[in-house]
Design a protein around this ligand. Structure first.
Ligand code: SF4
Ligand code: SF4
Ligand code: SF4
Length: 280
């Protein structure tokens, strides 16, 4: 169905609430990392890993079976994890789209790619031009997306015998924010993370992140969600083009496990109220 021009939304150039929240969480994470450069770090909550929600999952088995937590984690991990699970119960993977600093850094690196390649972000009502240098073949993409579930399974298995968080030496969050690039492996992780994020938007989120895999189930049950008004949708495909997670046929897949609740589809849709947020 073709939309009447009166239904077209106007472009808003001010930074979105999401961008502001992302930057605030990013700054907070930098501060958490920076405190390790200051004296007396052990009295301020423990190692960098202690602030990671996924650390709560990594150390859960050991805690349940022995009452101890893994080295570099502590009870703070469970508090952070519970906070994230609370957000997820309400709004699916909103933690990914709004709070996770690793996701935000990937967004910033994708923005850098846009500038380097001369591409512009969409303008409402006009065809989007957001494309990236590397697109994985459509046949390979779904298989690679399964990798993060495999990694989650391996981490859970390893957590039954490991004394350190299994991802400790290969975690991009540590590589980015802990200011402790102490091993060649961690430096390699940082380089690979930066390069892949620039070449393929949200590469780590789409294919590798076991915490994203953990939160995926909440997209199926969360009451706060995106819905589409099929009668006003023009099937223009703009939302597919702009979706940072590369979800195909967005209006039909608003409950996708891949959705990070970023609302970029809602933002880009030119037809008033076609995509909207609903509770229940
Ligand atoms: S998928 Fe992982 S890295 Fe990406 S935003 Fe979610 S938790 Fe962060
Ligand atoms: S929901 Fe997507 S396909 Fe439908 S009008 Fe909006 S941008 Fe176009
Ligand atoms: S479907 Fe919409 S909210 Fe979900 S990841 Fe894609 S653009 Fe973001």
């Amino acid at each position: 169905m073709k939309s009447h021009p009166a239904n077209l939304r106007k472009k808003d150039s001010s930074p979105s609430v999401r961008t502001i929240i992302q930057i605030l969480f990013l700054l907070a994470t930098f501060l958490i990392g920076l405190r390790h450069l200051m004296p007396g770090e052990s009295s301020k909550g423990g190692a960098f890993d202690a602030f990671c929600p996924f650390g709560g999952i990594e150390t859960l088995w050991l805690y349940l079976t022995t009452g101890q937590t893994m080295a570099t984690t502590n009870l703070l991990n469970f508090s952070v994890l519970l906070g994230v699970l609370g957000v997820s119960l309400l709004a699916g993977r909103a933690f990914c789209g709004w709070m996770c600093p690793v996701g935000t850094v990937q967004d910033l690196l994708a923005g850098l790619t846009r500038r380097l390649t001369g591409e512009k972000k969409h303008i409402r009502g006009k065809k989007s031009k957001s494309r990236y240098p590397v697109q994985l073949p459509p046949k390979l993409d779904p298989w690679l997306r399964s990798l993060k579930y495999l990694i989650l399974a391996v981490v859970l298995l390893a957590s039954t015998w490991s004394l350190y968080p299994p991802l400790h030496e290969i975690c991009p969050a540590r590589a980015l924010f802990s200011f402790q690039l102490t091993t060649p492996l961690l430096i390699s992780v940082l380089i690979v993370f930066i390069v892949t994020s620039m070449l393929n938007r949200l590469f780590w989120c789409k294919y590798l992140c076991p915490f994203g895999a953990t939160l995926a189930i909440f997209n199926k049950i969360a009451p706060l969600r995106l819905v589409v008004n099929q009668s006003s949708c023009t099937a223009c495909g703009r939302c597919d083009t702009e979706c940072p997670m590369g979800i195909q046929n967005v209006p039909e897949n608003l409950r996708s496990a891949e959705c990070i609740q970023c609302l970029e589809c809602l933002e880009t849709c030119a037809v008033q109220d076609t995509l909207h947020i609903q509770l229940g």
